[in-house]
Design a protein around this ligand. Structure first.
Ligand code: G16
Length: 544
């Protein structure tokens, strides 16, 4: 086998965001762009020679080409074994599980998550460490530093690998294993949930369901688990075939993009349960007949009912949520006497808490929920959790959530996104907000009195590492909150996210429309950040 050291020059834009490097495909197609980033990953790792590396992606455009390059570079850099999903496919949670199960050194996951795919759309790459979770900030910082000075990369001059045949191929003394992408993950799910109960509830007709795979990675996983193993009617999984461009859609599981599912769930013959997942299978949207469950509520309901699920029936160690996620799960934690942690946005911040056994469940407002079974959020896991919970409680989704609100109160919640904002204008908005912070406490806006205003910093309770500038919080004396953050996953300009939350303990007022209930806070948010005034926008691009 011939390996070659190729001279290269750095790119200055390879700083990983909230979850790896996400750019347009055309950016990744620039000469040596992908190679520089991959070599920078390897240069930032210690002692990986002879070790195992997992490789897989969500199947979007450029997935196969990128995998061939990564294989050749991993071989030249000295990995001892490569484990690759057949067809180059692995959902993000499945990749996390496979890293853990086969004790790999780490994994490279190719995905731009819920962003669209295709020749002029998005691509992404991230490195996960041996616990199966996204690399921590200190690693991504080192990687970025490396990318700014990189001068060469190593690549093996070998033929492309056959990605489609399951089995082991040998290059020199390196094993290249192509594995079924679904087997190990499906097995893990049987160890967590009550598959016998689920089968009975589905075959008896009580538990009807529709799962929208959005032409993304979860198609084969959902077909296998929901239809083949659990016996859901054929066709229960819609848009099941993964496509390089996600069928021209936006594989983002929310009511705006999962249109077909949403229509079904609000129709007369709606099934009991509906759900969708995203491009790489780590996000989830949960619905009932005529009902949408916010991700923050979903996390709280899951935490409150974990005892119904075989894997969690012995109790939870603790829970965590990202800072902008609503405080609904905090109320469950308080009532059940569980530790509750507030982390910055990004799944990587949950890793230490999970590894140290401080938490069992965690989640985010951005349609992410998960547990200590892997170190990524997990879309199908959340779906199976809800199905198992419904089968145990024998209640419709809407009743489960209403009952939860009665017991704990409702955190009425929504997020407004302003996308592709000019980066300088977005930065000016944040400078302006920072300038306001000191004077905000005790001021009153529309009857809401400011209790605190700060820029969120996080000190990891396990390794004491500190992350600054993680969003601006304005908290009010009644527990309401407004949070301002810039997204770390967009690929065009800046995306300003405004998170709004109001606590409603009164059962008679809990069934309100969120936009109406939050109208005053929405106005206060504009008064504070002036996004409309400064950008000329009249409304958010996306409301979730
Ligand atoms: C990623 C991260 C999540 C984060 C989300 C949104 O999810 O893993 O932790 O909440 O991005 O981040 P931002 O608000 O910075 O855009 P995914 O599903 O895109 O990989």
């Amino acid at each position: 086998m011939k390996t070659e050291t190729v001279k290269t020059t750095p790119y200055d834009d390879q700083k990983p965001g909230t979850s790896g490097l996400r750019k347009k495909v055309t950016v990744f197609q620039q000469p040596n762009y992908l190679e520089n980033f991959v070599q920078s990953i390897f240069n930032s790792l210690d002692d990986f020679r002879g070790q195992k590396l997992v490789i897989g992606g969500d199947g979007r455009y450029f997935n196969r080409q990128a995998i061939q390059i990564i294989i050749k570079m991993a071989v030249a850099n000295g990995f001892g074994e490569l484990i690759i999903g057949q067809g180059g496919l692995l959902s993000t949670p499945a990749a996390s599980h496979i890293i853990r199960k086969y004790q790999a050194f780490g994994g490279i996951i190719l995905s731009a998550s819920h962003n669209p795919g295709g020749p002029s759309e998005d691509f992404g790459i991230k490195y996960n460490v041996s616990n199966g979770g996204p690399a921590p900030e200190k690693f991504t910082d080192a990687l970025y530093e490396n990318s700014k000075t990189i001068a060469e990369y190593r690549i093996a001059r070998i033929d492309d690998i056959d990605l489609d045949t399951v089995g082991t191929q040998q290059i020199a003394d390196i094993d290249i294993k192509i594995i079924d992408p679904v087997d190990d993950y499906a097995q893990l799910m049987t160890e967590i949930f009550d598959f016998d109960l689920l089968k009975t509830s589905i075959s008896s007709g009580y538990l009807s369901l529709c799962f929208d795979a959005m032409h993304a990675i979860t198609g084969p996983y959902a077909k296998r688990i929901l239809e083949e193993m659990l016996g859901a009617e054929p066709g229960s999984v819609i848009n099941a075939e993964p496509k390089e461009d996600f069928g021209g859609g936006h594989p983002d599981p929310n009511m705006a993009h999962a249109k077909e599912l949403t229509k079904r769930m609000f129709s007369e013959n709606a099934p009991v349960f509906g759900a969708a997942s995203d491009g790489d299978g780590d996000r989830n949207m949960i619905m009932g007949a005529g009902f949408f469950v916010t991700p923050s509520d979903s996390l709280a309901v899951i935490a409150a009912n974990a005892n119904l699920i075989p894997a969690y029936k012995k109790g939870l160690k603790g829970v965590a949520r990202s800072m902008p996620t609503s405080q609904a799960v905090d109320r469950v934690a308080k009532a059940r006497n569980l530790p509750c942690y507030e982390t910055p946005t990004g799944w990587k911040y949950f890793g230490n808490l999970l590894d140290a056994g401080k938490i069992t469940l965690c989640g985010e407002e951005s349609f992410g929920t998960g547990s200590d079974h892997v170190r990524e959020k997990d879309g199908l896991w959340a779906v199976l959790f809800w199905l198992n919970m419904i089968a145990r409680k024998r209640q419709p989704v809407a009743d489960i959530v209403h009952q939860h609100w009665q017991e704990f109160g409702r955190d009425i919640y929504c997020r407004h996104d302003y996308e592709a904002v000019d980066a300088d204008k977005a930065n000016a908005i944040f400078d302006h907000l920072r300038g306001l912070l000191a004077d905000l406490p005790n001021k009153t806006f529309k009857g809401y009195s400011v209790a605190f205003a700060d820029e969120f910093s996080y000190t990891d309770p396990v390794d004491q590492s500190v992350s600054h500038r993680q969003g601006i919080r304005v908290g009010f004396s009644d527990g309401s909150r407004i949070v301002f953050r810039l997204s770390g996953t967009g690929t065009v300009g800046a995306t300003l996210r405004i998170y709004l939350e109001k606590f409603e303990p009164d059962v008679d007022k809990q069934d309100q429309d969120a936009q109406q209930a939050l109208a005053d806070l929405i106005e206060i948010a504009e008064q504070l950040c002036e996004v409309k005034k400064r950008t000329g926008r009249t409304s958010p691009d996306v409301i979730t």
